[in-house]
Design a binder for this molecule. Structure first.
Ligand SMILES: Cc1ncc(COP(=O)(O)O)c(C=O)c1O
Length: 388
């Protein structure tokens, strides 16, 4: 095995193996039910697979245009207009990406200059901070607090300075399962009014909202739409996280900068999948049925948790359920998550993984369980959790 003969000066010295990889590996080692990483254990639509095969066999196997296959950008424009009432021009304002992660990375890389400040809300999805640091930006953290986990906009306002370049937001929110209300859009619009701040709005769970809620997208709010890069993911919406196809919507001025980076990060995303997704999107029922589909899973999981010593926190959206283990003990969440995987046979994610420093108090005694699983998988996990 060749070895590099000198020390490597890391650009991300604090980044190691992520907790998601660690927990999934531990789950496999111990035969645990894996409710840690956020992906479904059920199949996607065979119709979608047939469409991919159709386009492959029809010869659509060479590079798509840099911004994405035209039929998919048109389908995304129609979807955004139908859901948010906002018209995005497929030619200049929509780009297909290799998943939401690449869209987020590309937006940050395109917009953040060394020394620029970027406000994030903790607990924060793990890809944001490394992207900011690689761009030379300065991470500025605000805290979301239970039980609602919605931003304290006054606290966020106090963090804004003339150097603030981006505010990065995520609703429905991973890991807390919270979702914004219209008042949050209004508060963010007021906070950024008259500034050159750009909002990166991670909305990969846009179609997974419960109890009759409406997804409050930055694309829905006319003022925010003017300053937002809105990120979506087909992986989350059509149960194909391994396909890594997503998109970004943004006003032309921002999208022009986004595409300058996009073309050198991936240039373009695989063609037959894009064409298949374009056709599949023609029936809105395919994503409009998601709230009911996942709400049934949420309710099953929460009902089961009620018979354990875990206490379920409110869950307004996403396929994640937070549970407090205060009744079980006060060991650190990482220790409990490991012990549960080894001894009880259920893998989860300790919520401290989403913070720079593990939070004290009730926020530090939470585990995240993914309920994007077959009913039988959830039942097996619940039986085991009931014994803890
Ligand atoms: C909040 C959030 N943003 C972005 C992503 C990444 O989406 P994709 O798989 O499309 O890259 C995830 C995936 O777990 C997520 O939870």
């Amino acid at each position: 095995m060749p070895r590099f003969p000198a020390p490597v000066a890391s650009r991300l010295p604090r980044v190691g193996t992520t907790i998601f990889t660690v927990m999934s590996r531990l789950a496999a080692e111990h035969g645990a039910v894996n409710l840690s990483q956020g992906y479904p254990d059920f199949g996607a639509s065979p119709r979608l697979f047939d469409l991919v095969a159709k386009h492959m066999h029809a010869g659509s196997n060479q590079y798509a245009p840099m911004a994405g296959a035209a039929p998919l950008r048109e389908a995304l424009a129609a979807k955004a207009e139908a859901t948010f009432g906002t018209r995005y021009d497929p030619e200049h304002e929509i780009t297909v990406t290799a998943g939401g992660t690449q869209a987020i990375y590309t937006a940050v890389t395109a917009l953040v200059r060394p020394g620029d400040e970027v406000i994030v809300l903790e607990p924060v999805y793990d890809s944001y901070v490394p992207a900011i640091e690689l761009a030379g930006g300065v991470v500025v953290r605000a805290r979301l607090r239970p039980p609602a986990w919605r931003p304290d906009w006054e606290a966020v306002r106090r963090l804004v300075t003339p150097r603030t370049r981006l505010v990065m937001v995520n609703s429905p929110h991973n890991p807390t399962g919270s979702a914004w209300e219209a008042a949050d859009l209004a508060a963010l619009a007021a906070l950024t009014r008259g500034t050159s701040i750009v909002v990166v709005s991670d909305e990969v769970y846009e179609h997974i909202v419960f109890d009759g809620r409406r997804h409050e997208s930055c694309a829905r709010h006319p003022e925010l739409a003017e300053r937002s890069v809105v990120v979506g993911s087909f992986g989350k919406t059509f149960h194909v996280t391994g396909w890594k196809v997503g998109w970004a919507l943004a006003p032309r001025e921002l999208m022009a900068e986004f595409r300058k980076v996009h073309q050198f990060v991936v240039f373009t995303v695989n063609t037959p999948v894009q064409l298949a997704l374009a056709e599949y999107l023609a029936e809105p029922a395919r994503y409009l049925e998601l709230p009911a589909f996942y709400q049934a899973k949420r309710d099953l999981f929460r009902a089961g948790l009620a018979a354990t010593r875990f206490r379920a926190l409110p869950c307004a959206g996403t396929y994640f359920q937070l549970a407090s283990y205060e009744a079980i003990g006060d060991e650190p969440d990482t220790a409990l998550a490991e012990r549960l995987t080894r001894q009880a046979g259920v893998a989860s994610i300790p919520v401290s993984a989403f913070y720079e420093a593990p939070p004290a108090g009730p926020e530090g005694r939470l585990l995240r369980f993914c309920f994007a699983k077959e009913a039988a998988t959830l039942s097996r996990a619940l039986e085991r959790l009931a014994r803890v």
